[in-house]
Design a protein around this ligand. Structure first.
Ligand code: SF4
Length: 474
């Protein structure tokens, strides 16, 4: 279930190849279940038995989309799966994935996590060449380019496609005889590789999807790497990498499950470390540390450990609030917070509370929570955020509101504190956050905090064109 006031991950992907005559649909289904937090609008699976591609996709959560009957119909010893929350393209089933594209040599199925920054230009060039698109998503541009170049062999086709596309992408591609995994040269979105049984392989957005089917984690797919798995086993090709890596730092802060390991770093440990550093950077005298449920719990534990203030429960989450409450209108958003969370009066009454949250996007949820805690008798409410203010939009597959709606872009920290109604407010510094993850800053994308994008992004491009035009006009 998406949080009402958080950045939202766009997609989760998985691919499984088994050499023996063993249907993989059910394993894909379990993996998608484990990746459900990465997308709740639609889900899909495509399988292939060496001759036919079968696929099923619908709007809804994984258990709503797939019944036992549907899974039985998805025959094949290899397959790919996708869960989606839309950021580009409308929210409708035609835009759900995997996409299945037929071409002269057969068919390919493709599932994509990420967002291209040059999709619009590529799309209009393809349309000029007579390509008719069935969807409004950038993933179809990738599928079309791969199909177009497929005469050169599938790996060559993917390499040529990678030369043309820019942005964030991890892909699982299924052909009649292979499963292919791809990670963009910056490594913006995660992808890992696992082994299942004696001869099977799994590719998945997060390692928690491997755990659920008892696959053994082998390693992360490298930025710019193409992995092909077929009858002869696994082979890898490395495309030239960029001058830097840029793994999305938000995977560690909020998107990924805490039990996942991304690029060698435990998400849980990273969050806990962030909480410890937050306690050092923003100490406060208080009686109880609580977490904004659920993703902030590791950071709250870290804060409690480093500060010596006990950790306890202060907010109770209603786990049965349906997705229909997640509406863009402001008044509904506030209702959704009240439906989703309630304060634990016996725990917070008369106490000085430190509430830990992993991020603030619009500030609506934080304001409601502070109000709930005060209504329950909290004497003081000190808000501590285990990341810096979100001040810039994401161009790489994460749903960010317009900049005017990002409270971190529009207000000073004191203004935010006043808006939210907390007694004090402290954000973890960017330096502190990077240290918590334990990777050099040059290996991470930090753009939603710093505005320093790892590549040229549309607005900046447009701004430069505009500035050039202005210079000419002068
Ligand atoms: S801009 Fe932010 S959310 Fe987007 S990829 Fe970079 S760090 Fe992640």
């Amino acid at each position: 279930m998406p949080h009402v006031d958080k950045l939202r991950e766009e997609c989760g992907i998985v691919g499984i190849y088994r050499d023996r005559a063993e249907d993989v649909a059910k394993s894909l289904y379990y993996c998608l279940y484990a990746l459900q937090h990465r997308g709740q609008e639609s889900a899909g699976i495509a399988t292939n038995d060496g001759f036919h591609t079968n696929s099923h996709k619908e709007m809804g959560l994984v258990p709503e989309v797939f019944s036992e009957e549907v899974l039985k119909g998805l025959k094949g010893h290899k397959g790919i799966g996708h869960v989606r929350y839309s950021t580009t393209g409308d929210s409708k089933v035609a835009n759900a994935q995997p996409l299945v594209v037929r071409y002269r040599g057969g068919s390919i199925a493709l599932a994509h996590n990420g967002n291209l920054v040059n999709a619009a230009g590529l799309r209009s060039r393809l349309e000029d060449d007579g390509v008719v698109f069935q969807t409004t998503i950038d993933s179809e541009v990738i599928a079309n380019l791969i199909a177009r170049f497929s005469g050169d062999g599938m790996v060559n086709a993917i390499q040529r496609t990678m030369d043309m596309i820019q942005g964030a992408y991890t892909l699982v591609v299924m052909t009649e005889d292979s499963l292919i995994g791809v990670r963009d040269p910056y490594g913006l979105r995660p992808l890992c590789l696992g082994k299942i049984g004696e001869d099977g392989y799994v590719l998945a957005s997060e390692s928690c999807a491997l755990d659920v089917i008892e696959a053994e984690f082998i390693r992360d797919v490298e930025p710019g790497e193409i992995i092909r798995i077929d009858q002869s086993g696994l082979r890898s090709w490395q495309m030239p990498v960029r001058n830097r890596r840029a793994s999305c730092i938000f995977e560690y802060i909020y998107f990924a499950r805490p039990d996942s390991i991304i690029d060698g770093t435990s998400v849980y440990e990273a969050r806990k470390n962030a909480g410890k550093r937050l306690a050092v950077e923003h100490p406060v005298e208080a009686d109880l540390v609580i977490a904004a449920p659920d993703t902030s719990i590791p950071a709250a534990l870290g804060y409690a450990e480093a500060s010596g203030i006990p950790f306890g429960e202060g907010l109770i989450k209603n786990r049965y609030v349906g997705r229909s409450f997640i509406q863009p209108k402001q008044e509904l958003r506030e209702t959704a917070v009240r439906l989703k969370l309630n304060s634990l009066r016996c725990s917070v009454c008369g106490k000085r509370i430190v509430m830990i949250d992993d991020s603030i996007v619009r500030g609506t949820t934080s304001k409601q929570i502070v109000k709930l805690l005060r209504m329950a008798g909290a004497r003081e409410v000190h808000l501590r955020i285990s990341s810096p203010p979100v001040a810039y939009g994401c161009h790489f597959g994460i749903d960010t509101p317009d900049r005017e709606q990002l409270i971190g872009a529009m207000k000073t920290i004191e203004e935010i504190r006043m808006t939210i109604g907390a007694d004090s407010l402290g954000y973890l510094s960017l330096e502190g956050l990077v240290k918590s993850i334990g990777k050099p800053a040059e290996q991470l994308c930090l753009a939603c905090f710093s505005g320093d994008y790892p590549m040229q992004v549309p607005e900046i491009g447009d701004k430069k064109v505009f500035e050039r035009r202005q210079r000419k006009e002068q």
